[in-house]
Design a protein around this ligand. Structure first.
Ligand SMILES: *Cc1c(COP(=O)(O)O)cnc(C)c1O
Length: 448
């Protein structure tokens, strides 16, 4: 596989951009990332003309794949040709807001912003402003973008910034707990209950190998936040309009958060974020309330048109059947391959998300016959249950170096583009085909 052009481009990039990239994770590929020239259906073609089946899909936004259907193309092109943006409202913002309010159970009002990071930043400020409290409970291994309140590691007794440039005094207002651990949350509420503005969690950990919640976990979070007058915020930047179809993951789990953050799919491939929730809370954003929130590009007409037409297309076509069906085939196929070739590994994911976590050899089950057939559901009757990854610590203990240094390159050599490391999630799009799935399973068979 020739990669001369990508190497030359990366060389130029290193001279003018830190690490040669505009988002840190892109440089995780060694010795250098391939540069994409264009997309086609479920594939990307790199700067040297190599073609890959693409399961990264821009890290989540591309529900429809790289070839946008005609109405989506037309919507985007019309808005772009009318003039980029105005600094005064446009109809398409109202159309997309109405669409989301109609489909997502907990959302009565919504504010659009420009990234998932901006959405979670604003949601945290809103929760603090609304409750008059300071502290935020987050899950270890959860990701909420590049923002001060959530770039925090350690545990609730010893939180510390996970990045340079964040004061320790900021980090002290963030309380990280392990996902799927009710006792840890109880302990935090016993100690800080009166000062907890919100629990902020992804419904499914999607940036740390894909970890599914144990049965009852979200119901528990709903109850304990209610008891203490704290808000429950679901970060659905990944799961929104991907898990649970147009109702999002909250409809799949039947749990209603106070606030939801969106990003990725809701902008149809353009920069976007949003904060939705109960009207009474959302109204606290300026100008109706006193929690400051603003943005030059917020509600950008091209983004709004791309998001609206994408979601309308999904509502009117077999998009979720297609992507979830292929997701199911991938996870079932991977479960069989793993049982044969790497029985200590765990297949995870749901709907159109999938991953194989390289869990280590351990006191594994004798037989995998009764395991979850299409991705780990934390089912206590599954023979794999005791050693399936339930939180960030479990995923971190997997063979992450083998994943990144050995396995990823073997998949690339076979023309399959997987996410840059063990932690990022992989996605199926409407542009993918059954042949893409079969080709990918064959590649896994050789690489695992
Ligand atoms: C991607 C992501 C974010 C950050 O969104 P950006 O648009 O990259 O700022 C926040 N939360 C979750 C769950 C994400 O997956």
């Amino acid at each position: 596989m020739n990669d001369d052009n990508s190497r030359d481009l990366y060389d130029r990039a290193l001279s003018v951009m830190p690490g040669g990239v505009n988002s840190a994770v892109r440089a995780a590929i060694e010795p250098y990332p391939f540069f994409v020239q264009k997309g086609e259906g479920g594939h990307v073609i790199d700067a040297d003309g190599n073609r890959y089946v693409d399961w990264v899909l821009g890290l989540g936004p591309l529900l429809l794949g790289h070839d946008l259907p005609e109405p989506v193309q037309a919507g985007i092109q019309q808005k772009a040709s009318e003039g980029p943006m105005y600094g005064t409202p446009t109809e398409v913002e109202v159309d997309l807001a109405e669409f989301v309010v109609r489909h997502v159970p907990s959302v009565e009002k919504i504010r659009f912003v420009n990234s998932g990071t901006e959405a979670t930043t604003s949601a945290v400020r809103l929760a603090r402003g609304y409750t008059g409290r300071n502290k935020i409970v987050v899950m270890q291994g959860g990701y909420h973008g590049a923002q001060e309140s959530t770039l925090v590691e350690g545990d609730h007794e010893n939180p510390r910034p996970s990045s340079a440039g964040i004061p320790q005094s900021f980090a002290e207002h963030t309380l990280p707990v392990p996902f799927n651990d009710e006792d840890a949350v109880r302990e935090v509420f016993e100690e800080h209950g009166d000062d907890i503005a919100a629990v902020l969690t992804e419904p499914i950990l999607g940036n740390y190998g894909i970890v599914y919640p144990e049965e009852g976990y979200h119901e528990f979070l709903r109850e304990i936040t209610d008891e203490h007058g704290s808000l429950l915020i679901f970060d659905e930047v990944i799961t929104g309009f991907r898990v649970g179809g147009l109702g999002c993951a909250q409809s799949e789990f039947g749990v209603t958060p106070d606030l939801t953050t969106f990003g990725k799919i809701i902008g149809g491939g353009f920069p976007v974020g949003a904060i939705g929730g109960r009207a009474e809370i959302i109204e606290n954003f300026t100008p109706s309330g006193d929690v400051f929130q603003a943005g030059t590009f917020s509600g950008h007409p091209v983004t709004m048109a791309a998001g609206l037409e994408t979601l309308k297309f999904a509502a009117e076509n077999d998009v979720y059947e297609h992507v979830n069906g292929l997701g199911d085939r991938l996870r079932r196929g991977l479960t069989d391959i793993v049982a044969d070739q790497a029985p200590s590994y765990t297949v995870t994911g749901t709907d159109s998300m999938f991953k194989v976590i390289f869990t280590r050899e351990g006191p594994g089950p004798d037989s995998l016959e009764e395991q979850c057939p299409a991705g780990c559901r934390q089912d206590p009757t599954c023979p794999r249950y005791d050693y399936s990854p339930k939180n960030a610590g479990d995923v971190k203990n997997a063979e992450t170096e083998r994943w990144r240094r050995i396995f990823w390159g073997q998949m690339k050599e076979q023309g399959v583009f997987l996410s840059q490391n063990q932690f990022e999630c992989q996605f199926v799009s409407y542009g993918h085909t059954e042949e893409d799935v079969e080709e990918t399973l064959e590649a896994y068979k050789h690489a695992l």
